[in-house]
Design a protein around this ligand. Structure first.
Ligand code: ARG
Ligand code: ZN
Length: 849
């Protein structure tokens, strides 16, 4: 094996770099297989620091020459970089290397995508471009000269000068190498502009391949809205003359916040009504905002080392969720975020990959761009804000930007700012960053002499490397309703710090009904035994939209559990109560659509497992289907009428209002399809003039097994559009009968346009296979085998995307002995591959441990 025992990096081993870099000059002469990169860097010893040896990172580089102060040197080359003897004082380092971007399928460093050059340097990609101290605490200004015949040549900062075959850029803001970017190609731009609050004119561009110009307007609108929002809400202005966004088809992640030159997976920026769903539009708006917000939370203030990743990611996710809440419905955004947290972060936190929001060790940092670091990291910020209040939060953020602008910081710096701004001691709160696992919260209640007392107990189960847990600070938002449904105590945040703690409410005339953990005020599992009556009461009366949704979700969950383990009939009382809400025209259609979504099958598997019941994926699937059938039958007479009301008779607009209507309309169509075999869906498919309606209808037709005609028509219509074809690939696997899922995925891999080296296409097929819960977990193991075959194949080209996909096995110990053995066999088969990447080695080792 290439990396039989990959090295582990520890947070506790942090040492500052011994030199300061004043300025970096790069000259890049582009060529697909022989790009030359020359660097000139002035190193100055940091006063007082020790500099034992001079080491520069470098991987897959062919060193052509190196010199110090003009005199040639011969450094010692290793697999990770180079060592060289250097003078005591300041010196100028110059080197030239050769690289082959056209042969770079890992999509890290400089690579080619559809004929264009682009880069991805976070986390450790710059070392594949040039020898450099590739660590986030080394910040420098960059001047970059690009030489090549491409029409468009871009880098960070502001354009300085250009001529025939060259262009030069200068970025005046010191930055770590992970924020470096370079793009070159025959691109076209969608222009825009923005005037900052202090009157500075900023040129904006979205650069795309010719043919995609018509899909940029929404991205531009979202960018302008983000720039405005960050000024208004956080007082943050943009700080360069130009801001460029580039769309790239081959990209491992969603997007990257390189200074002044954001690079996006084309699926996260290109949109048009015909080719993109409402969900795409919302996601694009959020990701554009996220990357833009990084300009302050990430770029101006960056991370000292990669263990501090949540410093920029947790905060920036939190900021983009605030933005979406302001642009759309805050309640609906919150519910969506919690669904996502439970679907992606909870399984991570409750399985073999569990790690703290700030990990303490890693082998491959790319494996820690996780739901825990991002989404739980954002939840931690939300809790902090809830505890200190909005005003103190704003004060602390101002202090953060003031105190740390231009620095590479730690979580300690971040918390210190809050302590200084509020006078609070955050020592216990800090456990949120170091303790992994999801806390479980139990609740009991008493009512006596007008005093209502809630007693909470918190407990966090053991996680890898952390057998014992200490109590965490939990902000528990509670409201009390009296028996007639009026709210007697409005939302109050209880601050729980002990393992067990009671809170009393006085002066109540009757025993109230509590609404606990409103707005999902802390990322915990709430274990509370309550009657179905009480949940129905909350469903009808709670003033907190999240808990209203949660009450119904709970009822649905329990109904499904009873159906799964006892073969019970569907809970008609719940279906009727839910029907009231779904029909209530006073409520936001987007909220009503979310009320209709049942818990996912993976979520049910997790729930059963937590109750010591071995989940049977087939039984879970059957119960979910039966419940949906029952809902459709029970509401048969009202479905067409709701569908009619959701019909949008206006030009397409991706905003919340129309999107909400289409979302409820789509949920209703799915139910109707259970009654009419797909007739209404076919009608919608034939008439659709936007992708939300077209894809929604296609999904119904696949579920009804009536898709042949529509699938062929769809393929014919969209064969020239990569992003739409990703949907075509994905939906067939995600929505098909579980019995066919693996076979269908395999058949798709045989098509000529299954370009498996493209991460979007690979994920379209295999991400969807994993989403088809009962299909992936077929008892014969065909799903596991197929995926493992392809993971092995992809790892040779693209370790990062392969490693991310390995996490679909993270729940393997939940299932029966037969399935466990089958999954273990595949994980061991992957682990045994000669030449397995460091990324995948780390993942399968953790999964098997
Ligand atoms: N910083 C990017 C973001 O906005 C993520 C890039 C991560 N890329 C990677 N290869 N690990 O979330
Ligand atoms: Zn980010």
């Amino acid at each position: 094996m290439k990396d039989a025992s990959p090295q582990t990096v520890y947070l506790s081993d942090y040492k500052p770099f011994g030199w300061h870099i004043a300025d970096v000059h790069l000259t890049v002469r582009l060529d697909p297989t022989a790009t030359r990169v020359r660097s000139r860097i002035r190193f100055e010893p940091t006063p007082g620091a020790e500099h034992p040896e001079f080491f520069l990172h470098g991987e897959d580089l062919r060193l052509i020459s190196a010199s110090i102060d003009g005199a040639p040197v011969t450094p010692e080359l290793t697999a990770e970089g180079l060592r060289c003897a250097v003078p005591e004082g300041a010196f100028t380092w110059e080197a030239e290397v050769e690289i082959a971007p056209a042969e770079n399928f890992a999509l890290e460093g400089l690579y080619m995508s559809n004929g264009m050059y682009c880069t991805q340097c976070e986390a450790e990609g710059f070392r594949k471009i040039s020898y450099y101290p590739d660590r986030p605490d080394v910040m420098a200004t960059f001047t970059v000269r690009i030489e090549g015949d491409e029409r468009v040549k871009l880098s960070n900062g502001n354009p300085v000068a250009s001529g025939e075959g060259w262009a030069e850029w200068h970025d005046p803001w010191p930055k770590p190498a992970y924020l470096f970017a370079l793009v070159a190609g025959d691109l076209v731009n969608h222009p825009g502009s923005f005037t900052t609050a202090s009157g500075k004119e900023v040129e904006l561009n979205i650069w795309v391949r010719p043919g995609d110009e018509g899909k940029c307007a929404w991205g531009m609108e979202s960018l302008i809205a983000s720039m405005k929002w960050d000024e208004e809400v956080y007082g943050r202005e943009y700080d360069l003359d130009i801001f460029n966004i580039v769309a790239v088809d081959d990209f491992n992640m969603g997007a990257m916040e390189n200074k002044g030159l954001n690079i996006f997976n084309s699926s996260c920026v290109l949109a048009s009504p015909e080719t993109s769903t409402d969900a795409n539009f919302e996601r694009i708006e959020a990701i554009i905002a996220h990357e833009y917000f990084h300009n302050w939370t990430g770029n101006r203030i960056t991370c000292r080392d990669w263990f501090q990743l949540c410093l920029k990611e947790g905060l920036t996710v939190y900021r983009d969720s605030q933005f979406t809440s302001d642009m759309r419905s805050a309640e609906v955004k919150r519910i969506g975020d919690v669904i996502d947290l439970r679907a992606r972060q909870f399984p991570e936190d409750q399985g073999p990959l569990s790690h703290p929001v700030r990990p303490e060790s890693f082998q491959e940092i790319n494996n820690f761009y996780t739901a825990t670091v991002y989404e739980k990291g954002a939840e931690v910020i939300g809790m902090l804000k809830r505890l200190v209040g909005d005003e103190a939060y704003a004060k602390a953020l101002d202090l953060y930007f003031d105190r740390h602008d231009g620095q590479a910081c730690t979580i300690e710096d971040w918390l210190q700012v809050f302590e200084d701004a509020t006078g609070r001691d955050l020592a216990q709160f800090k456990r949120w960053y170091s303790q992994s696992g999801t806390p479980h919260l139990k609740v009991s209640e008493t009512f006596e002499d007008g005093i209502y007392t809630l007693t909470f107990t918190q407990e966090t189960p053991p996680t890898p490397g952390q057998p014992d847990k200490l109590p965490q600070v939990l902000p528990i938002a509670v409201g009390l309703l009296n028996p007639n449904g009026d709210e007697v105590v409005p939302t109050t945040v209880l601050e729980m710090t002990e393992a067990t703690q009671s809170f009393a409410f006085e002066g109540l005339s009757a025993k109230p009904v509590p609404s606990i953990l409103r707005g999902f005020s802390a990322p915990v599992v709430l274990d509370r035994e309550t009657s179905a009556d009480e949940k129905r009461f909350l469903l009808a009366h709670d003033t907190d939209a999240f808990n209203r949704w949660e009450a119904s979700r709970d009822l649905g969950r329990e109904c499904l559990v009873d159906m799964i383990i006892q073969g019970s009939e569907p809970d008609l009382a719940w279906i009727d109560a839910l029907g009231e809400v779904v029909r209530d025209d006073a409520l936001d259609p987007a909220f009503r659509a979310m009320m209709l979504a049942l818990p996912t099958q993976a979520e049910l598997a997790q729930l059963l497992h937590s109750r010591d019941i071995t989940p049977d994926p087939d039984a879970i699937h059957a119960a979910s289907e039966a419940l949906r059938d029952a809902m459709a039958q029970r509401w048969a007479s009202v479905l067409p009428e709701i569908a009619d009301k959701m019909w949008v008779d206006a030009p397409f607009d991706p905003g919340a209002e129309q999107a909400g209507k289409r979302s409820l309309g789509g949920a209703i169509l799915a139910l109707r399809t259970r009654l009419d075999g797909g007739a209404a869906a076919q009608t919608q498919f034939d008439a659709a003039d936007n992708m939300t309606l077209q894809l929604g209808a296609l999904s119904c037709l696949i579920r009804a097994g009536a898709e042949d005609k529509a699938l062929a028509a769809f393929r014919k219509q969209w064969s020239g559009d990569r992003l739409v074809m990703d949907k075509w690939f994905a939906l067939q696997v995600a929505a098909t009968e579980p019995a066919n899922a693996a076979a269908r995925a395999e058949a798709l891999t045989k098509l000529p346009d299954f370009d498996w080296k493209n991460p979007n296409r690979f994920r379209a097929v295999f991400g969807s296979l994993a989403m088809n819960h009962a299909g992936f977990h077929r008892a014969d193991g065909s799903g596991y085998r197929l995926l493992a075959d392809w993971l092995i194949k992809l790892d040779e080209k693209n370790p990062q995307t392969t490693a991310r996909m390995c996490s679909v096995f993270q729940t393997w110990k939940r299932y029966d002995a037969g399935r466990q053995a089958l999954m273990k066999e595949q994980l061991e088969r992957i682990a045994a591959r000669p030449g397995l990447s460091r990324d995948v080695t780390e993942m399968v080792t953790r999964l098997l441990s």
